[in-house]
Ligand binder design. Structure first.
Ligand code: FES
Length: 507
């Protein structure tokens, strides 16, 4: 097993307080206007806006506030989403691409205005963002993107010089974007929820949502009632909308290094093409923490994920003057087939259950935007962007990407049943490692901790029955089909599964 540098926790989570004792988990007799499942940026933005508009709300979080995707992002608040505008113009036309830009710009300004009006202490600062090419062969993509954003009237320029410590061949630059400490921001929003008939609940795992009058949010601790329900659990924990079949889960990695502020890059960056890197800094103790992300892959397709961290560390050490490697963590998001998030009703049959998902790695602006749109929909207000992101839009099932992803799921469902070492016993499993074994015909996920204690669970994902894969860097069992994740003991940590892996007894 590789020895990896840095604390294995998101800096955003590590540098903020544990909210375990701050919020109750008692949902007895709660009835509200709107229940929100999931306390990330989309859910908390919606809850904040709805409460401000006079609704009673209950936010229900299975773990701690903002420790899911929102707590593991690079926390760039921008409308420059690597390369997107040239493709959007080609696929959906100039008018819709303009709405995409305008709405994401509005989300950036929403965050900025809220930080100002609420005086949120969250390391918010205005920065420029850059999408850059570091070789001549990648430059055409940058030039195409620049032409596209100019057409759309976005705040762009084309530059060849940046404060990065290496040469680039060209970059699209957006001014007046922003970065912040995402969990400080979200903990502030969460602190505004409870009271006057509203609730902020934590440690409550929702099993399902039933639409009726009123809607029922069924949890392990009981049932909560609400006129409307918003599900913002990254991939919805309710399957009816089939969002798991209209998107795919992508995992990426971040390493945080302490660097000398005098030679730190100014602004937020992302490269293009194979092996691209995402780069920004954040205030850190008396200096700066450099965050470098990348090494993305589809969830469950890589077992040796430790190598991903090693690659990022090597990149940082060869390009920046590093004092120490202090953090490493990974993050997961859902990429929609048309790159647009799904924001709106769960299905055409639902009038009171809403979702927001498919942020495609740009959740700070799209999560904020989701909260803005969903609160407007529930309040009966017109929203100029809602139709572009309508969750019920005709979905591009028949594209190269969607066919490949759904075939991939089918292949995992069938092919992974052949996985699992035959004639292996738990004594063959090395300490600190997870292995799939076949035991009396069943696929069993076995993890042996450093002390030799064996934990055996069924390898069959309780969502739709795919076989989980071992993730060595995170010591988790990850489902390659729709991205559900489980601890090495089999406890669910990420949906769409809502149940743990079943315990097994093996010799
Ligand atoms: Fe869908 Fe596992 S997440 S089968």
């Amino acid at each position: 097993m590789a020895l990896l540098a840095g604390k294995h926790i998101s800096y955003w989570v590590d540098s903020t307080f544990d909210t375990n004792s701050n919020y109750p988990s008692n949902i007895e007799n709660i009835t509200v206007d709107v229940a929100i499942v999931g306390a990330g940026i989309a859910g908390l933005t919606a809850a904040y806006l709805l409460k401000k508009a006079g609704k009673t709300v209950a936010v229900v979080e299975a773990q701690q506030i903002a420790t899911g995707a929102s707590g593991h992002t690079t926390a760039k608040v921008t409308s420059l989403h690597q390369l997107i505008y040239a493709e959007l113009i080609k696929e959906i036309g100039e008018e819709k691409a303009r709405i995409y830009g305008e709405s994401n710009e509005a989300a950036v300004e929403f965050v900025a205005a809220l930080v100002q009006s609420e005086q949120i202490d969250c390391d918010f600062s205005r920065k420029s963002t850059y999408t850059f090419a570091d070789t001549e062969d990648k430059l055409t993509k940058i030039q195409n993107e620049y032409e596209a954003v100019l057409k759309l009237g976005l705040p762009a320029s084309f530059v060849k010089e940046t404060s990065l410590p290496f040469d680039i061949t060209g970059a699209v630059k957006f001014d007046n974007q922003a970065q912040f400490h995402v969990r400080k921001y979200l903990l502030h929003l969460a602190s505004k929820i409870a009271g006057s008939g509203s609730y902020m609940l934590q440690g409550v795992r929702v099993k399902t949502v039933e639409e009726s009058v009123p809607c029922r949010v069924v949890t392990e601790q009981g049932t909560l009632k609400a006129n409307d329900v918003i599900v913002t659990t990254q991939i919805p924990i309710v399957d009816q909308g089939l969002f798991f079949a209209k998107s795919y889960p992508q995992r990426s990695y971040i390493v945080g290094a302490k660097i000398d502020p005098a030679i730190a890059p100014e602004g937020m960056y992302i490269g293009v093409g194979e092996g691209y890197r995402s780069i920004r800094t954040t205030p850190y103790n008396d200096g700066l923490l450099l965050l470098v992300g990348g090494e993305g892959h589809k969830v469950g397709s890589v077992t040796n994920t430790e190598e991903k961290y090693q690659n990022l560390e090597a990149y940082i050490r060869s390009n920046f003057k590093v004092e120490s490697i202090d953090y490493r963590w990974s993050s997961q998001d859902l990429v929609s087939f048309d790159k647009l998030p799904y924001i709106g009703k769960l299905t055409p049959m639902n009038n009171h259950v809403y979702v927001a998902t498919g942020f495609s790695l740009w959740g700070m602006s799209k999560g904020t935007l989701s909260g803005m749109i969903l609160s407007d929909l529930i309040l009966g207000k017109d929203n100029p962007w809602a139709s572009l992101y309508d969750s019920l839009r005709a979905t591009p099932f028949i594209t190269q990407q969607s066919i490949k992803q759904n075939m991939d799921v089918g292949m995992h469902w069938v092919g992974d049943r052949l996985k699992g070492l035959q004639n292996w016993s738990t004594s063959d499993v090395k300490p600190g490692v997870g292995e799939l074994i076949t035991y009396k015909g069943d696929k069993v996920a076995v993890y042996k901790d450093e002390s030799g204690k064996v934990n055996a669970v069924s390898a069959v994902c309780p969502h739709l029955g795919c076989i989980v894969s071992w993730n060595s860097g995170e010591k988790s069992w990850d489902c390659p089909c729709h991205g559900a994740r489980f601890t090495c003991e089999g406890k669910v940590i990420q949906g769409p599964a809502v149940k743990d892996l079943e315990k097994k007894v093996v010799d």
